[in-house]
Design a protein around this ligand. Structure first.
Ligand code: PXP
Length: 244
C-alpha cells in the first residue's frame, strides 16, 4: 500500500465565478495550470447536466492545455457517457444529480441504477477510461458495485465534514473507515471526497487505504484570501503529514 495519497483538485467553482459574469474571467485553464504547478495529481471537473459551472467547451480546453490526468464527474446518463468517451479522460466518477441540489448531496444509489450502470460499465470497459462511482459508506452499495465489476469507489465524506459535534464526527469517521476496509478487502481502489478542508482533512487522510482525495469548494474559496497555489500546497502538506 502506497504511503502517498493523491490529491485531485476540483476547479468547478472557478467556472461558477466566471459564469456569474458570462465572460472568461477567472479562466479555468489558468486555474488548472496553477493546480498543476502546485503539485496536485489530478484535475477534477464536474460537467453537470444544467452546465451551471463547467461547460462543454472547458473540457477540451483543459484537456488540450493541461498535462494532469482529468477526473470527469458526470451523472450516469448515456448522453454524459458519450461526452466522456469523446473526451477520453483518465477517469470518470459517476455521481447522482438532481437539478435543485446545491451540491452532490448523497452517494449514487447503485441498486436503483443497477441496469443502467451495467450498460455504462460495459460501454466504458471498451475504452481505457477508469470508472468509479461516488457512494455513501454502505456495504450494500459496495457489494452491488462488486457485482457490477466496478472496482473503484469514491466515498462521500460530506456527512463527516458537516458534523458539528464529536459524537457525529466519530460516527461518520468510523463508518468511512469500515467501508474503506470492507471495500479494500474486496479489491477496490478507495477514494474519498466532499466537504474537506484544512481542519478535517488530516483525519480522513490518515486512513492509509484511501488512495485519492478530491477537494474543491473550500480550496477555491480559500484561494480568494491566500491564492490558489498556496492553498493547494498547504492541503498537500497536511495530507502528506497525515500519512507519516
Ligand atoms: N467528489 C465528488 C464526487 C464531488 O461531486 C465533489 C463536489 O463536486 C467533490 C468530490 C468535491 O467536493 P467539495 O467541493 O465539497 O470539496
Amino acid at each position: 500500500m502506497s504511503k502517498y495519497c493523491k490529491l485531485g483538485i476540483n476547479i468547478d467553482h472557478v467556472a461558477t465565478v466566471r459564469n456569474a459574469r458570462g465572460e472568461n474571467h477567472p479562466n479555468v485553464v489558468r486555474a488548472a495550470k496553477i493546480v498543476e504547478k502546485a503539485g496536485a495529481d489530478i484535475i477534477t471537473i464536474h460537467l453537470r447536466e444544467d452546465r451551471r459551472h463547467i461547460v462543454d467547451a472547458d473540457l477540451l480546453d483543459i484537456k488540450n492545455n493541461i498535462n494532469l490526468p482529468i477526473n470527469l464527474e458526470i451523472a450516469p446518463t448515456m448522453e454524459m457517457i458519450d461526452i466522456a468517451i469523446s473526451l477520453n479522460p483518465h477517469s470518470i466518477c459517476l455521481v447522482p444529480e438532481k437539478r435543485q441540489e446545491i451540491t452532490t448531496e448523497g452517494g449514487l444509489d447503485i441498486n436503483s441504477n443497477f441496469k443502467n450502470l451495467n450498460l455504462i460499465s460495459e460501454k466504458i470497459s471498451k475504452t481505457d477510461i477508469k470508472l468509479a462511482c461516488f457512494i455513501d459508506c454502505d456495504n450494500r452499495q459496495i457489494d452491488l458495485l462488486n457485482n457490477l465489476g466496478i472496482k473503484i469507489v469514491e466515498f462521500h465524506t460530506g456527512q463527516y465534514a458537516i458534523s458539528n459535534n464529536d459524537k457525529d464526527k466519530d460516527f461518520y469517521y468510523n463508518k468511512l473507515k469500515k467501508a474503506v476496509i470492507y471495500s479494500s478487502n474486496l479489491g477496490f481502489t478507495c477514494n474519498a471526497g466532499h466537504g474537506l478542508n484544512f481542519e478535517n482533512v488530516s483525519k480522513i487522510a490518515s486512513i492509509k487505504k484511501i488512495q485519492e482525495l478530491n477537494i474543491g469548494h473550500f480550496l477555491i474559496g480559500e484561494s480568494i484570501f491566500y491564492g490558489l497555489e498556496y492553498v493547494i500546497k498547504k492541503m498537500r502538506n497536511l495530507i502528506n503529514t497525515a500519512r507519516k
